[in-house]
Ligand binder design. Structure first.
Ligand SMILES: *[C@@H]1O[C@H](CO)[C@@H](O)[C@H](O)[C@H]1NC(C)=O
Length: 261
């Protein structure tokens, strides 16, 4: 009996340590309590891979973002959701916002559908977690032929798959980015960002599909991620500080095509 008691005490002693390690920037996730759920299906999204779900996504986002206080969670259940370029904009009144993508979000393969330099944009948000094990499929294959950056110094980059602008205290975790038109992920004017357990996947032949493009940002940590792509693995522009990159695999062997950084 004495032994059992001691073991329990030892375990209890270790628990807070484990949590404080995992937490770090993530601590805001644990403190905030159970989030209120906003399901895109309730906002009219049809997961058949054909109907445009942009409006439903943005409405669900706005409801979550303007949830008064507490945590809010935007949920994308399993299924295939066609999404035209969409902006998920803050500032939010919810304390923190979780975007849980379980399904596949599929972009348009028509370059003409993209007016800006990205597909999915998260902007002006303090306290964001994007996760859920789902996939953002940029449908970039048909668009790569329009990339002329190898010969044209003034080329317009194709749309980045996931862009984060002025996001602070952000975590992007366990999500797949597949075949973006341009960069898989782009960060601009962000601070305190953790990118973890990501799978960024595009063939070697995809031009300028950098894995993660970081500009004017501070404290970006990339870990435990696999990046297979045609451009740079991680590119850091001037004006960014403190960008350590431990445990990132560029071009894992299980994939047939890859580019090393
Ligand atoms: C950056 O985002 C915050 C919300 O996190 C917002 O209050 C601020 O106005 C934004 N800054 C700019 C320059 O848009």
């Amino acid at each position: 009996m004495a032994n059992v008691g001691m073991n329990a005490a030892v375990i209890l002693l270790f628990l807070p340590l484990v949590f404080s390690n995992v937490a770090d920037a993530a601590s805001l996730r644990i403190n905030g309590g159970i989030p209120t759920v906003f399901d895109v299906l309730k906002f009219g999204a049809v997961p058949n891979g054909r109907d445009d779900c942009s409006e439903a996504f943005v409405q669900a986002w706005n409801a979550a973002c303007h949830h008064p206080g507490g945590n809010a969670k935007l949920v994308v259940p399993p299924g295939n959701y066609k999404l035209l370029p969409a902006v998920f904009q803050g500032p939010c009144t919810s304390e923190q916002i979780v975007v849980e993508v379980q399904g596949i979000v599929t972009g348009s393969d028509q370059v003409s559908d993209y007016e800006e330099s990205q597909w999915v944009l998260f902007e002006n948000i303090n306290g964001l977690l994007v996760t859920g094990g789902g996939t953002f499929d940029g449908s970039g294959r048909k668009t790569w032929k329009y990339n002329d950056c190898a010969s044209n110094p003034d080329c317009q980059p194709l749309a980045a798959g996931l862009k984060f602008m002025n996001v602070t205290k952000g975590i992007v975790k366990q999500v797949t980015s597949l075949n973006p038109q341009g960069y898989h992920m782009a960060l601009e004017r962000c601070d305190d960002i953790e990118i973890d357990g990501m799978h960024l996947n595009a063939p070697k032949t995809s031009p300028n599909t950098d894995g993660i493009h970081i500009s004017a940002s501070n404290n970006v940590r990339v870990s435990e991620s696999t990046i297979a792509t045609g451009g740079n693995c991680i590119s850091v522009d001037q004006g960014s500080t403190n960008v350590p990159v431990p445990k990132v695999t560029c071009g894992p062997k299980v994939l047939t095509t890859f580019t090393q950084m």
